[in-house]
Ligand binder design. Structure first.
Ligand code: MG
Ligand code: MG
Ligand code: MG
Length: 309
């Protein structure tokens, strides 16, 4: 029976391309393995679809139930992120770059986890250690995964090993310009065309309690603010509707990943308080905040201070 190589649920590009890469390595070493994923090919996220198409890779097979299967895990080792019945399946290998999770095994297994930015970086080392050449299309997928997971080297999780792997993989994959590849992926990920404004607002949205005030904060990661120029009025109308439903404030972070800053759109019962939180001045309900990328690490703490939480 084939070993099913599989990444985490709600798969990202690393989970998909690492399953392909490890299955390829295992096959080269004489093991019967195939790439799987916890998604159907048509429901895969737009970024991963773009990467598979660009490098001519076949989408991994859908596997939602692991009962009776032999598995190799990539990009996770938490039972909660695995397919159904993972506990009753036999896990024979784990390759990852996260904290060690709660999967346990009865036999000794191949377990390789490193504190780097992407599973693709670990797999690049494994191919080298094994003396196996990485096929061009597989290298392209691994390259894309590293750029995605490290946000083009800008994430605090990025290491020198990730940069070194990109330098090697781009040659194998025949990619001259990794900036261009990253932008193609980012544009696919942040596509807004045809998506209703309320869906965009709620794509990545959380409500917070600030001293008894309900405050909503949404975020859209964009390649350029031009992507939302045409739907800005619709987005504000959606925000007004959400605010009218018992909220003190609704904020929408329009984050320009390239310029590394956020156009913060604000509707609030106390605009001065929000301006004070970020030391800016609202014009037409928004203000540009240089360097603001993270809701968790930047936006919410500033709001909590301003509300006196
Ligand atoms: Mg992942
Ligand atoms: Mg990853
Ligand atoms: Mg990720």
């Amino acid at each position: 029976m084939s070993i099913c190589v599989i990444g985490h649920s709600n798969p990202d590009t690393d989970s998909v391309t690492s399953a392909i890469a490890l299955a390829t390595l295992m096959n080269a070493q004489g093991q019967d393995a195939k790439a799987c994923m916890q998604s159907s090919a048509d429901k895969l996220n737009p970024e991963s679809k773009t990467v598979l198409a660009r490098f001519g890779l076949t989408a991994p097979e859908e596997l939602m139930d692991a009962a009776g299967q032999t598995l190799a895990l990539v990009d996770f080792s938490d039972i909660g992120q695995g397919p159904a019945n993972l506990e009753s399946a036999e896990v024979v290998a784990i390759v990852d770059h996260h904290k060690v999770g709660d999967v346990t095994t009865n036999q000794p297994i191949l377990f390789r986890a490193e504190p780097v930015g992407c599973t693709g970086t670990v797999l690049n080392k494994m191919f080298k250690d094994a003396g196996v050449a990485i096929p061009k299309d597989v290298a392209g997928g691994m390259l894309a995964a590293i750029l995605s997971d490290t946000v083009n080297f800008k994430s605090p999780t990025c290491t020198d090993d990730d940069k070194a792997a990109v330098a090697e993989l781009k040659v194998v994959a025949g990619v001259e310009d990794t900036e261009e590849l990253f932008m193609e992926m980012l544009k696919a990920k942040s596509a807004v065309d045809g998506v209703p404004a309320k869906d965009l607002l709620f794509r990545d949205y959380k409500d917070f309690d600030m001293k008894g005030n309900k405050v909503g904060v949404g975020q859209l990661e964009l390649a350029t603010l031009d992507q939302v120029a045409d739907c800005r009025a619709d987005l504000m109308a959606a925000m007004a509707e959400v605010k009218a439903d018992g909220r003190h404030s609704v904020l929408l972070m329009l984050t320009d990943v390239v310029k590394e800053g956020t156009d913060l759109v604000v509707l609030s019962d106390d605009l001065a308080l929000i301006e004070g939180a970020f030391g800016g001045k609202l014009e037409n309900s928004s203000m540009w905040i240089d360097g603001m990328m993270s809701r968790k690490k930047q936006t919410v703490p500033n709001l909590q201070n301003a509300f006196g939480c």
